[in-house]
Every structure is written in C-alpha cells, then in structure tokens.
Design a protein around this ligand. Structure first.
Ligand SMILES: CC(C)(COP(=O)(O)OP(=O)(O)OC[C@H]1O[C@@H](n2cnc3c(N)ncnc32)[C@H](O)[C@@H]1OP(=O)(O)O)[C@@H](O)C(=O)NCCC(=O)NCCS
Length: 178
C-alpha cells in the first residue's frame, strides 16, 4: 500500500503496469537534465520562496536514489527554472519538490520535469511511485493525473476526491483506479 500521506493532502499512485505517457511539447528555450545537483535545485526552490538549508539538503539527498532529480534550465539566461525529485519512502518513491519559477509557469515545465522524472524512474525499474498534494493545488493535481497517476481513494478522502475531480472537470471513476 502507498505510504500514508498527510491528512491535509491527497495521494496519487502510479498504476500497476502503467506505461510512460508521451511527452508534451515544451519550448526549445528550455533544456532538461536528470541527476542530483544541489545548487540549481536550491535556486529553483528559492525562486518559489523556499530556502533549502544545509540540514534540509542533507536529509533530502540521503533519500535520493537512482539520480531521481530533474532540472530544467532556461537556455537564454542559464538559470535553473524548474525541478522535481523522487525520494525513497517505505519501499516506494515519492515524487515531490515540484517547483517552477513564477515567471516560467504555465508553459508546461511542471508537467515536463515530472514527465522526465517518471520516465527516468520507470527506465531504471522503479514502478512503485506516488505523489501527494493539497486539494487546492490544481496545477499539481493536473500534472499527476495527466501523467497517468491514479487517485488513492482512502475512505476518509473519497468525498474530497469527488470534489476535486468535479473542480478539475475530470471524470470520477473509482472503478478504474482500484
Ligand atoms: C505546480 C507548478 C509546479 C506547476 O508548474 P507549471 O509549469 O505552471 O505547470 P504546467 O504549465 O506544466 O501545467 C500543468 C497543468 O496545470 C494546469 N495549470 C497550470 N497553472 C494552473 C493554475 N494556476 N490553476 C489551475 N491549473 C493550472 C495546466 O493547464 C496544466 O494542465 P493540463 O496538463 O491538464 O493542461 C507551479 O505552479 C509551482 O511551482 N507551484 C508552487 C509549488 C507547488 O505548488 N508545487 C506542487 C506541490 S506538490
């Protein structure tokens, strides 16, 4: 079973036998790299207002396996602008730290870094993948759903999932997500 998410979040899991989706098109202005790289990661997090301390980085990097970090760079400025990370958790890999610098949002970068992370993890044989986010984070929920993740329908979160699907205009289909 997917590790328990926090009460205030909703979890999504990669389906058994799931296939990596086709990539969406992103402007040629951006380049992508897979691999753990502290400085650009910290810069992207800082751009969304989150300062990663040395201690925070030490904890994060201890849980990183299979080079599970994707970074996007704006080739025009050389600045890192988006990231996503996969951390080990109870025999699963949790996708997280998904961040896009504000000026670069709405261009498919969030989707692109998550897509590359999932593709990378599947390619190295990791299929027990999950992510979680809060109900109001529509962009993050859309990213996970459009990549093919399934809602984790815990009984106490069923109604919240029903409401989220309605809000996103996504069919609520528990039978397909079992
Ligand atoms: C969430 C975040 C990573 C999205 O990055 P992004 O590059 O703007 O996202 P994309 O352009 O790839 O869009 C992804 C999807 O969200 C939708 N979307 C984008 N911005 C949105 C918004 N403000 N409200 C609702 N939906 C939105 C897009 O239409 C797209 O949906 P689709 O795939 O069904 O077409 C970015 O907003 C961010 O860094 N937010 C702060 C940190 C955060 O919330 N991280 C996720 C927590 S787990």
């Amino acid at each position: 079973m997917v590790p328990a998410e926090r009460p205030e979040t909703l979890a999504l899991r990669w389906p058994i036998g799931g296939q990596a989706p086709l990539p969406q098109r992103v402007q040629n202005r951006y380049s992508f790299a897979v691999g753990v790289n502290q400085e650009p990661f910290r810069r992207v997090q800082s751009a969304i207002g989150f300062e990663v301390t040395e201690r925070g980085w030490a904890e994060l990097s201890a849980g990183l396996v299979c080079d599970a970090m994707v970074l996007a760079v704006d080739k025009e400025t050389g600045s890192p602008v988006a990231t996503a990370v996969g951390e080990q958790r109870e025999g699963w890999i949790e996708l997280g730290w998904v961040a896009v610098a504000p000026k670069h949002r709405g261009r498919g970068l969030g989707h692109a870094v998550c897509h590359r992370l999932v593709t990378h993890l599947l390619a190295v044989g990791q299929t027990r993948l999950f992510g979680s986010t809060q109900d109001h984070r529509s962009a993050a929920l859309r990213i996970y759903l459009s990549l093919g993740f399934h809602p984790v329908l815990r009984p106490e979160k069923l109604q919240r999932w029903r409401a989220v699907c309605k809000q996103l205009g996504v069919p609520f289909t528990p039978g397909l997500w079992a």
